[in-house]
Design a protein around this ligand. Structure first.
Ligand SMILES: Cc1ncc(COP(=O)(O)O)c(C=O)c1O
Length: 438
């Protein structure tokens, strides 16, 4: 056995990989777990058109050659133009020069934290938060601390003030390295932050001298159903001007997940440079071919055409799952959730006494009934409740979603309010390594 580094020793199997392999190994299982996009609506024609156009170019095929570490200049310009259209007031040139392309926005999240945080440092995260980011922090030895929220899930500024004051008293404040939140149709909660909430967060942090780097994860901003979100991004809000800001987005959700092209805009030259140096160490550039396909799709309207198909498709799928759960009587059993207005997820709150964790009898019963979900316990930086569940409607077709919803509701009905739901797993549950890594 090699002598592993501290980072190597901390590494744990990502929970999502385990959930995915469980679904792949068991074809009868209907997975509401993975945050995959819909295979049936992926943009085959737009990708073919893009590749044909590239192949027809008379010039040497530079798109099959290594590209620039920061990303293809034209793609960066096109993405900057698209962002300026969403956040008017941004300077197109500054936006393009701070914009970099990554291997999915996941790589950008890793780069951001790799250059900011050391083991023992602290990051404030939304509550609930994107669990792969939380696992990433654990892997780097960084502690997540939740931004306090009220019963409606809105930021509680007074509690945040108290949290920051407490960190000062305990000598932890200097270890606070960043603030992270998913701002549009969040994974997992489906919630969006409105402009007032973003401004209140900035004001509270500023009032406590915590103008630390902020990471706004806008992965789902383009996946709205009825109308685009009204809230501006942090790059466009004066309340955030004093903060080093990193706005992250991706083409994996709105266009083609398999191309794995993500992007970020960083306002701080030093932070950007260090992320790019580190990206150079990772891969010295995201796959140029994949970027070139995205570039074509943006330049010729392929991305917008794809969104015109996928937005209503996801809205229908969300409704199919939502209505099945309603019809099956989950609210009567004490479950609650909000219909999503975009994104890929329903976030369910179960009765308080029902343990839905990876090791729970409930989770085991769902797998036995042939349905898989993401336990909400994975999505909290601290003070972890056991009675939340994330359901994704991205992958399954509507009839399968309805069947999965019925299977899920059937198990929920058997467990009732959860008082007698049984204790922890006897070893056949899904828990283990990933849970102990948190
Ligand atoms: C909130 C959020 N951020 C970032 C990512 C990473 O996406 P990608 O690496 O595919 O761009 C995801 C993927 O599911 C996500 O849900």
């Amino acid at each position: 056995m090699p002598a592993f580094s501290a980072l190597g020793q901390r590494a744990r199997p990502p929970t999502i990989a385990r959930l995915m392999s469980l679904a792949l190994d068991n074809p009868r299982l209907l997975s509401l777990a993975a945050g995959f996009t819909d295979n049936r609506t992926l943009p085959v024609a737009a990708v073919k058109t893009a590749v044909d156009a590239l192949a027809a170019q008379p010039a040497a095929p530079e798109w099959l050659q290594y590209g620039a570490n920061q990303g293809r200049p034209r793609l960066r310009e096109l993405l900057a133009t698209r962002l300026v259209a969403q956040d008017p007031g941004l300077d197109p040139n500054a936006t393009a020069s701070g914009l970099f392309i990554t291997n999915g926005s996941q790589q950008a999240l890793y780069l951001a934290m790799q250059v900011l945080g050391d083991p023992g440092d602290i990051v404030l995260v939304d509550r609930p938060s994107y669990f792969v980011f939380l696992e990433l922090l654990t892997g780097l030895g960084i502690t997540a601390r939740s931004l306090p929220v009220d019963a409606a899930g809105k930021l509680d500024t007074a509690a945040l003030g108290a949290l920051l004051a407490g960190m000062k008293t305990r000598g932890e404040f200097k270890r606070l390295k960043a603030v992270y939140f998913v701002s549009y149709y969040s994974n997992p909660s489906g919630r969006s932050l409105d402009t007032a909430e973003k401004n209140a967060l900035a004001a509270t942090l500023t009032a406590h001298g915590a103008t630390v780097p902020v990471i706004e994860d806008a992965a789902y901003r383009e996946l709205w159903f009825a109308r685009p979100p009204a809230a501006a991004g942090v790059l466009a809000l004066p309340a955030w001007e004093k903060f080093p800001r990193l706005y992250l987005s991706t083409l994996t959700k709105p266009f083609a997940s398999g191309l794995k092209v993500g992007w970020g805009v960083c306002t701080d030259a030093g932070w950007l440079a260090r992320m790019l140096h580190t990206k150079g160490h990772h891969d010295f550039g995201t796959a140029n071919f994949n970027q070139a396909i995205c570039e074509q799709a943006l330049a010729t309207g392929g991305l917008d055409a794809q969104l015109a198909v996928s937005r209503p498709a996801y809205a229908r799928k969300m409704r199919a799952l939502h209505e099945t759960l309603l019809a099956a009587g989950l609210p009567v059993l004490g479950w609650s959730w909000r219909e999503a207005e975009g994104g890929l997820y329903l976030w369910l709150e179960a009765p308080a006494a029902l343990d839905t964790g990876l090791d729970s009898a409930f989770c085991r019963a769902c797998v036995e009934a042939g349905v898989l979900y993401v336990p909400g316990e994975l999505c909290f930086g601290d003070e972890v409740p056991k009675n939340f569940i994330r359901l994704s409607y991205g992958v399954l077709a509507e009839p399968e979603l309805a069947e999965a919803g019925r299977r899920f509701a059937g198990v929920a009905a058997k467990f009732g309010y959860g008082e007698d739901s049984g204790g922890s797993s006897t070893g056949t549950g899904l828990g283990g390594a990933a849970k102990s890594s948190r």
